[in-house]
Design a protein around this ligand. Structure first.
Ligand code: ADP
Ligand code: ADP
Length: 229
């Protein structure tokens, strides 16, 4: 079933007298539990699209329907609540708090969302049981990214939005991170959306949305996605 409907969504940025169309009449749907790769070159509008889906930014026109709710019509307060509750963000550079341990980086959420998340338990789900009390600086890049994935899945979000999640990692570690995202997708039925310029990850996706100059160039669907090798 459909989780996300993007209906004729455009986003323009005004730069002095210039107008940049970072998104131009985008139209597509994403199903619950799908792994979607948004693929395109630098400057094609991938981050803009991710920011729109994540409610970090509002379209100039068009609407985004998520789980039958029109998030385009949300107030800023409703958007903030929606982001905190329904979306896990994963970034290229992990965004961990340096003076908190891995476990504390996850449990810090308990003060924000009204829950009692067990950092130790979530970290074991991403294979980091041995590292719960380490600080980010004591972990490798791949381990730091696993902490940030653990933090993102702790609140059981409807979707994970990943902006170049392997961009700072070597290719072997990058593949391990993609495997982890695939397994979350399968075991939790989480919708995973990965924005990247790395076409290596296209084959693992159920759907690949090719973006060029702010437009959907074409959409590929994979009946039988492959694993990363
Ligand atoms: P990508 O993530 O694919 O590199 P972006 O979404 O970052 O692409 O950018 C798409 C286009 O929109 C680019 O031409 C970029 O310069 C422009 N753009 C992005 N953000 C802004 C902004 N805040 N103000 C003005 N132009 C922007
Ligand atoms: P790019 O450099 O291609 O724009 P980034 O990964 O640096 O991509 O950032 C993507 C977007 O995510 C940024 O526009 C920023 O507004 C947003 N962002 C970055 N960090 C956070 C965060 N911790 N929480 C919420 N939004 C963030």
């Amino acid at each position: 079933n459909t989780l996300i409907k993007v209906n004729s969504v455009s986003k323009e940025y005004k730069m002095g007298t210039q107008t940049v169309k970072a998104a131009n009449k985008l139209d597509f749907t994403i199903n619950q539990g799908e792994l979607v790769v948004i693929l395109g070159p630098s400057g094609s509008g991938k981050s803009t699209l991710l920011n729109l889906l994540g409610g970090l930014d509002k379209p100039t026109s068009g609407e985004i329907i998520i789980d039958n709710e029109n998030i385009t019509a949300f107030s800023d307060k409703e958007l903030t609540r929606y982001r905190a509750k329904e979306i896990g963000f994963i970034f290229q550079f992990y965004n961990l708090i340096p003076n908190l341990t891995a476990c504390e980086n996850i449990e810090v959420l308990n003060d924000i969302v009204d829950e009692n998340i067990d950092g130790q338990e979530i970290l074991s789900q991403v294979g980091l049981s041995q590292h719960v009390n380490k600080f980010p600086s004591e972990l490798s890049g791949g381990e730091q990214q696993r902490v940030s994935i653990a933090r993102a899945i702790a609140k059981k979000p409807k979707m994970l939005l990943c902006d170049e999640p392997t961009g700072a990692l070597d290719s072997h570690t990058g593949k391990i991170i993609i495997e982890l995202l695939i397994s979350l997708c399968e075991s939790e039925n989480t919708t995973v959306i990965i924005v990247t310029h790395n076409n290596e990850f296209a084959k693992v996706a159920n759907k690949v949305i090719h973006i060029k100059n702010g437009e959907v160039e074409y959409i590929e669907t994979n009946e039988n996605p492959q694993s990363v090798d």
